[in-house]
Design a protein around this ligand. Sequence first.
Ligand SMILES: NC(=O)c1ccc[n+]([C@@H]2O[C@H](COP(=O)([O-])OP(=O)(O)OC[C@H]3O[C@@H](n4cnc5c(N)ncnc54)[C@H](O)[C@@H]3O)[C@@H](O)[C@H]2O)c1
Length: 335
Amino acid sequence: MRLEELKETLAEASQVFVLTDANVAMYWLPELEHWLGCEHAVEIVVKAGERYKTLGTVQRIWKALLKHNADRNAVLVNLGGGTVTDMGGFAASCYQRGIRFVNVPTTLLAMVDASIGGKNGVDFVGCKNQIGTFAEPIEVMVNPIFLSTLPDRELLSGIAEMVKYGFVADEDLLDVSEDNYEQYILRAGEIKKDIVEQDYRDLGKRHVLNFGHTIGHALEAYSLTTETPLTHGEAVALGMWCALWLSVQLCDLNESALIDYEQRLPSLLSEAEVNLGIGDIEAIMSYLDHDKKNRDGQTSFVLLKAVEKPVLDQHVTESLVTEALLEMMKLVRTL
Ligand SMILES: NC(=O)c1ccc[n+]([C@@H]2O[C@H](COP(=O)([O-])OP(=O)(O)OC[C@H]3O[C@@H](n4cnc5c(N)ncnc54)[C@H](O)[C@@H]3O)[C@@H](O)[C@H]2O)c1
């Protein structure tokens, strides 16, 4: 859909609501409303960050929609990073059994991943994305101009997800860095779309996108309970190291892939405070137990037999996962 068409759709809606978080509102809310010609939209501003990706926040969104008598012909525009697009998509897809929504990603991670593919949701009882829906936005509006205000740490978080595409789909993306990421945004989005088209409901092929996420999600969820939370991308960057290490042990991945990635890891973690030690293992493992990738009592991983050659649904024993975590922690202490 071209911008003009989107503006027309919004003009024809009974009402337009713009959901965003407090940080993004400060930089981009008036600009976006101006670009979309919806200066009279009802603004719903929520607190920023993963901690607030909860049913409690979604209830606030629903209450705001109700208060303004939103009907089935209303449109919700989600302006923000993956937290906002995940939560807004979920809120819209449930409100009155589903109203239309538009995603306007403002982080690199949301541009190349979270805003695409129709997965929406919130964290629940401390576990990532446990409650959610599949529902597609009517449009995803990607504009790198939003990245001009994005903190470096968040940019690196998006680069980590782009590196993931490098491992599972197109090795060119292993070269993405802070200097060249803009030229890869389109390609990364295409990879995500292509994978999603083959398996929208995430029953098989789409699992490939979980590379680095099995341990990554557990690290992210656990770190949220500490003084030093990791970004999604930082947790995934560590999770990818563990997945590569496991791939060397179990899938004959050439060790050079792991060693090369170890050269990348310090830059991906350059803004992170990683305070993990042996005392954290039990708690991290308990988050793995809750993870939805955990089936039949064993944890299921996406591993690699080579770069661009992922192997899905690899069951790994608890003791080997623990070993991978300990090795990762040892490495991080040396960075
Ligand atoms: N649905 C999916 O397929 C999918 C895929 C990957 C990740 N995700 C989810 O995405 C979330 C992570 O998304 P994220 O990394 O975008 O985090 P985020 O939405 O929490 O944004 C990170 C921080 O950057 C700020 N911010 C956003 N845009 C900004 C801008 N342009 N300028 C200044 N500050 C800005 C936000 O306020 C926030 O503080 C996680 O919850 C993850 O589970 C979903």
